[in-house]
Design a protein around this ligand. Sequence first.
Ligand SMILES: Nc1ncnc2c1ncn2[C@@H]1O[C@H](COP(=O)(O)OP(=O)(O)OP(=O)(O)O)[C@@H](O)[C@H]1O
Length: 308
Amino acid sequence: MTAAGVDSSEPVIGLRDVTRRFGAKVALDRVSLSVPRGVVFGLVGANGAGKTTLIRHVLGLLKAQTGSVRVFGANPVADPAGVLARIGYLSEENDLPGWMRVPEFVRYSRAFYPRWDDGYAEELRHTFELPAGTRICNLSKGQRARVGLLVALAHRPELLVLDEPSSGLDPLVRRDILEAVIRTIADEGRTVLFSSHLLDEVERVSDHVCLLNQGRIVFSAPLDELKESHRSLTVRFDAPQARPPALAGALAWKGTGHEWTAVCRGRLSDLAPAVAASGGRVVADRTPSLDEIFLAQVTGSKVPVLEG
Ligand SMILES: Nc1ncnc2c1ncn2[C@@H]1O[C@H](COP(=O)(O)OP(=O)(O)OP(=O)(O)O)[C@@H](O)[C@H]1O
């Protein structure tokens, strides 16, 4: 326990066996995960994977049909005011009242948060270069995303939840603003949960990555661990091969003839003997990007074998 009575070992978010159906569609399928305090937790997955549905459970906007959700140790559906006051949230849709000007919207929003910091809100307005006199409906999509981010941040939340925060932001703004914001929050010991399609962005800022596919967790692990436990291997054979070798741990192959490359689960020391047994030799070995791991994990054997 800290002096403030916060148990720092207790996860900020805990989901246990959460299943959510919309009619016949299973949006979340027995999802269990734990988000420790002070980490940047990146949630990745293709369209429809269940990311927003998971975030809505964390915010208490959806009630778990089975299983349990705990945020700061509380049930967000039973105690929405207590939980939401500690969360900053930027939604994918980023619905804002178009008729208000930024300072009006800031005044309106501050009423919901006892810990709102006026000085910080004004500092963010300057950093984000948001004009005071323009109605929100006349701002660009990127500027509106920055207004949403300002309001999510200005009460210095313990947990920042960002659902696809990059939509509408150009690459410069993403790198300079969003990533700086995410790192600052984490450096201050607060927690960030964010979902994104942009795997290079997730890779740059996340401590922990969770991949959802069709409502199920494919993996959830510290980024370092995830990268250390995968290799991209290029294997060469003396005689041309019609098919890639049967290598335990290989998730997806591409190549042709003498040379084949695979993203593999495992370490080189475990994989090399199996490559040798298949008659090949490893000619290149590197750490794959998160994007490559994601594609290999999600599409796996469905990745077409390129015939050359
Ligand atoms: N209110 C709803 N009614 C019916 N189906 C829904 C509802 N909300 C989500 N779904 C379905 O549940 C699945 C998961 O949706 P969700 O929005 O959580 O995915 P996502 O990973 O956030 O996708 P995206 O990246 O496109 O935002 C999808 O098939 C979606 O169509």
